[in-house]
Design a binder for this molecule. Structure first.
Ligand code: THU
Length: 138
């Protein structure tokens, strides 16, 4: 699974975003070390705080399927009423999702999508340095 394909699957996941309140759709595609990909989208709720981000939707689907280690996560975010070409600001995973991902893969490679087939690469470690993880509980 190449990065280009993973980004394409994140775009596909975003089509399923349920975001009637914010209008901001997020799609995520998480590549597990098994080689399988788990997609997620944001799922909002009339009781706003109940909503889930796309990243955690993908992570929880993967962990529920028995995965524990991950190679890369592609994330696409932007207003749903804009075409892909209009997405100019890249998404950035929220603090809660950074922490949720850190539990399993502090070194996770992140592909933050900036356009139809462009992205910036970073790591979870860069976005959440010195995070609190399982090692702190030992
Ligand atoms: N959202 C995500 O799904 N992931 C992020 O990294 C940032 C924000 C969602 C939450 C909410 O449904 C909408 O985007 C606007 O904040």
């Amino acid at each position: 699974m190449g990065d280009y394909e993973l980004v394409r699957l994140a775009w596909q996941a975003r089509e399923r975003a349920y975001c009637p309140y914010s209008g901001y759709g997020v799609g995520a595609a998480l590549l597990a070390e098994s080689g399988r990909v788990y997609q997620g989208c944001n799922v909002e709720n009339a009781a706003y705080p109940v909503s889930s981000c796309g990243e955690r939707s993908a992570l929880f689907a993967a962990v529920s399927a028995g995965e524990r280690h991950f190679s890369a996560l592609a994330i696409v975010g932007g207003p749903m009423n804009n075409p892909a070409e209009m997405i100019t600001a890249r998404v950035s995973p929220c603090g809660v999702c950074r922490q949720a991902l850190y539990e399993f893969e502090p070194q996770l490679r992140l592909l933050l999508v900036t356009g139809p087939d462009t992205w910036e690469e970073t790591t979870l470690e860069q976005l959440l340095p010195d995070g609190f993880g399982p090692q702190n509980m030992e």
